[in-house]
Design a protein around this ligand. Structure first.
Ligand code: ADE
Length: 248
């Protein structure tokens, strides 16, 4: 996969040389090129922003340098923005299937909207909070996308059960020692009974998701729930997806 990143702070992307992203780059699975937006300015001050039409605080990024940069780079345009559609694991999967992604990092009050329109960009938000700019959001998205590329994770099985793989949060995990500061590991995990362990993990996933992310539980396809799932949720007094509250 080819990735281009355009920013006024290219130094933000130094961590992309590290760890598994760095390895994916040196192995050739991933090619990342970081560009300074100011390289596409033509004035002596290398100006990238101007005051907003209609007034208001802050500055807006001028369309000119962005247009020239994106004409040259091409690729599917992704623009991090708190006003974007939510970034999800599902979106990470679909972006991982692209051959060429270009990320445009806005600063200040954002980029002139005509740039997104001209290049058919997708505005994507990490969550309901505001960052200084898109740089950190790009690091987050790239990490989520890179680990889905074929050959990047040593053990592809770890993708199968992780949080969000099936619309549920992952069960808690434990390692040795069996007892630590008086806390022991749940007995079922040392029982050697694979069926019981799988069932226990499934129960934990459901209960955790219900407690922490009721929105995810409610969005589950009822067809993915077995009898024991439904009994568990009922016993815990939790809403069962697909069983609407009776109307009267
Ligand atoms: N830029 C500023 N805030 C952001 C957010 N929440 N998500 C993505 N990009 C952003």
């Amino acid at each position: 996969m080819r990735v281009d990143i355009v920013s006024v702070f290219p130094e933000y992307f130094a961590p992309l040389d590290l760890s598994l992203i760095g390895k994916a780059r040196s192995s050739g699975v991933l090619s990342i090129n970081v560009h300074d937006l100011r390289d596409w300015t033509h004035d002596v001050h290398r100006t990238v922003d101007d005051t907003p039409y209609g007034g208001g605080p802050g500055m807006v990024m001028r369309p000119g340098p962005w247009g020239d940069a994106l004409d040259q780079l091409g690729g599917t345009l992704i623009v991090p923005s708190p006003a974007g559609v939510p970034f999800t694991q599902k979106m990470a999967h679909s972006l991982a299937a692209e051959a060429h992604l270009t990320f445009a990092c806005g600063r200040y009050e954002g980029i002139d909207q005509r740039v997104v329109e001209e290049f058919g960009g997708l505005e994507v938000s990490l969550g309901d909070y505001v960052l200084f700019g898109g740089e950190v959001a790009v690091l987050v998205m790239l990490e989520a996308i890179t680990r889905l590329l074929p050959g990047v994770l040593g053990n592809a099985d770890s993708l199968a059960d992780e949080s969000h793989a099936h619309g549920l949060l992952e069960a808690p995990m434990y390692t040795k020692p069996f007892e630590w500061r008086g806390h022991t590991v749940p007995d079922v995990l040392v029982s050697g009974h694979h069926g019981k362990i799988a069932r226990w993990r499934r129960d934990q996933s459901l209960l955790r998701t219900a407690a922490r992310r009721p929105d995810l539980l409610a969005a589950l396809d009822p067809a993915t729930l077995d009898k024991r799932d439904i009994a568990l949720l009922r016993e815990a007094g939790l809403p069962v997806p697909g069983e609407g509250v009776a109307e009267w």
